[in-house]
Design a binder for this molecule. Sequence first.
Ligand code: SAM
Ligand code: SF4
Length: 311
Amino acid sequence: MKDSYQREITYLRLSVTDLCNLRCRYCMPAEGVVKKQHSDICSVEELVEMAAAAADCGVTKVRLTGGEPLVRRGILDICRGIRALPGIRELCLTTNGILLPELAGPLREAGVERLNVSLDTLRPDRYAWMTRRGELGQVLRGLEAAAQAGFTGTKVNVVLMAGFNDDEVEDFVALTEQYPLEVRFIELMPMGQAGEGYLPGDTVLERCRSLTPAESAGVARRWRLPGGKGLVGLIEPMSHRFCGSCDRIRITADGRLKPCLHSGQEIPLRGLHGEDLRCAIRQGVAAKPERHHMAEEGRSRAGRDMNQIGG
Ligand code: SAM
Ligand code: SF4
């Protein structure tokens, strides 16, 4: 399925909840979010039906996100349902890792192929401060559990923030020497709760001169340390706008299609079935804007906090 700028759309990021067991300062308000009525959030069946319709339209890869997808009741059923869809070749999940010690094995059995684990600091005190409640050791145990469960190619997502973790760039890069992980530094986007602290991805290259170029993957530019087991990726929505190669759409946990993360445009999908549902998805894809305007406007037009969209 092509959008009006001839981009092939093959990737769906499906949010399964806006709730979270953490409160990262740049993502969620301290008090969390008002718990929606059960009926305001898509059921397991609705989510699988929407993914199936997207697959019929040409989507081949689904990433489950949130909020925190692992706090969603029925997450394993969602995974199994989507994995079984003809046309879906890849099922991935983005998580803060807190619940991975108990769920890594079941997720693998339910058909999840790859994990992205968000981890912005390797220092326990900083982690507790940034997440307002998390324990770093739990995430590290989660990463270990993922490896033991057979996950390979796990990515560690690090949002780069001046004055918070920019002095840890070298420590994160050093992880890739020993472990077969991809550490991905993400530029902080001006949306929702996010305030000051943006740093361009190039900061990583300035700090780590020994990195050598590796093959790019999707929207990530990548490098590796000589002899390193892992990779270092840069996701640079601000400084290297990658809209020209965007291949994704999003569906929020309340069932609205967002053709672009940074646009206020939303197409309600709930209550639609069969050809009507496919038609609404195609309409959303046709309405996908050419690019975002965060650099000129200094703010995203997303209209929701990140936890309510799915990063
Ligand atoms: N709870 C899961 C997690 O933290 O991985 C999934 C949802 S979270 C919204 C997805 C990703 O979005 C995380 O890696 C998070 O760091 C990132 N994120 C949230 N707000 C952001 C912002 N303003 N700029 C850049 N990345 C952001
Ligand atoms: Fe929760 Fe992820 Fe947002 Fe942190 S980034 S508050 S873990 S949804």
